[in-house]
Design a protein around this ligand. Structure first.
Ligand code: ATP
Length: 328
């Protein structure tokens, strides 16, 4: 898309770029360049046009669009193929459909709004328009078993936590395995799903919802959810969050790939783990027990020590962890 390429050039250049340069670069007419500039202006970009000098990007709005995202993402594979939807049912569903159509590893689906956003165990993810981030990345790991799916969720949690802190200057925490916490409340949820036959996993999709701007949540969530802007009191760029998340994820994924487990990322993950040293209640489908969380192991399981001194390893699959006195 030439619009995206022009935006990328304008963003990278501090000086004016002449219309002639743009024509030569893309091998198109002046009218075509002028039309592409016109479309960017319609999306809210203020582009100065000065005779004999050319075009310059004056103000970058907090746009959240295919052109804005594509002009920012410069990773080798994570998010290199981008599918943007103003509104869709669920980015995980879209990514699974693209996977069935042979989309490559690293394909990214981003939406401004989800009509059927989902969490674990068939629960919903509140996904209003115009204010938050919803994305899913398609992964085709070369060697993978069912345990990898929970590890990929941890790799994503670490990456998104790092991306948020880089963008917003926060110190977010991770509630094992898949939630990101700011000031004791949930700002991110992550859901990984796979397509597999008994002995062969075709692909994994890892979906992320970041509460960036929501100011009021439903009654059910009011106590445990919050958003970045509600906590910080100022605007945060949604496009930059996606850009940084792709950068951090690509790097962390390569570290994961070298060992095939959480070994290389364990320290960074544990530094952000909110559960460490705290009493937690572990709830799975059959039973419930309490103990003190001490960290994770190389396969990403949570280590919980019970009063009798026994160390339990908790597998991420279907488990929820709660603080004794509240959400964390
Ligand atoms: P938890 O440990 O918080 O119960 P989970 O990790 O099992 O959650 P997820 O799959 O991450 O659950 O998310 C689904 C749950 O998150 C929903 O049941 C709901 O309680 C909560 N939720 C839904 N939408 C949002 C939102 N926008 N922000 C924060 N929490 C949400």
């Amino acid at each position: 898309m030439m619009k995206t390429e022009i935006l990328t050039l304008l963003r990278e250049s501090e000086d004016f770029i002449s219309g002639q340069q743009l024509c030569e670069k893309f091998g198109v007419s002046r009218t075509a360049v002028w039309k592409a500039i016109g479309r960017l202006k319609k999306e809210g970009y203020q582009i100065e046009a000065v005779q004999n000098r050319g075009y310059r990007l004056a103000v970058t709005p907090d746009a959240f669009s295919e052109a804005e995202l594509a002009s920012r993402i410069h990773t080798a594979w994570a998010g290199k193929r981008l599918h943007y939807y103003g509104r869709t049912d669920s980015t995980n569903l879209r990514a699974k459909q693209l996977a069935e159509e042979n989309a490559p590893h690293g394909t990214l689906v981003v939406a401004d709004m989800q009509t059927a956003g989902r969490g674990r165990r068939g629960r919903g993810w509140e996904s209003p328009a115009g204010t938050n981030v919803y994305f899913t990345i398609l992964l085709r790991p070369d060697d993978i078993n069912a345990d990898m799916i929970s590890i990929l969720t941890l790799v994503m949690a670490l990456s998104v936590s790092e991306a948020i802190d880089e963008t917003a200057g926060t110190q977010t925490k991770i509630k094992w395995p898949n939630d990101i916490i700011l000031n004791g409340r949930k700002i991110v949820g992550i859901l990984s799903e796979m397509s597999a036959e008994p002995k062969y996993i075709h692909y994994v999709v890892t979906g992320v919802g970041i509460n960036v701007g929501t100011q009021r949540f439903s009654e059910e969530l009011a106590q445990k959810a919050t958003s970045l802007e509600a906590e910080l009191g100022h605007k945060i760029s949604r496009a930059m969050l996606v850009e940084k998340a792709m950068e951090r994820f690509e790097e962390n994924y390569e570290i994961f790939r070298r060992s095939g487990d959480m070994g290389g990322l364990k320290e960074s993950y544990e530094r952000r783990l909110v559960n460490t040293g705290r009493e937690v209640r572990v709830l799975d489908l059959e039973h419930e027990f309490s103990g003190r969380a001490v960290g994770i192991n190389d396969t990403g399981e949570l280590l919980v020590q019970t009063e009798d001194g026994v160390m339990h390893t908790v597998y991420a699959g279907e488990v929820s962890v709660r603080g004794i006195y509240g959400y964390v």
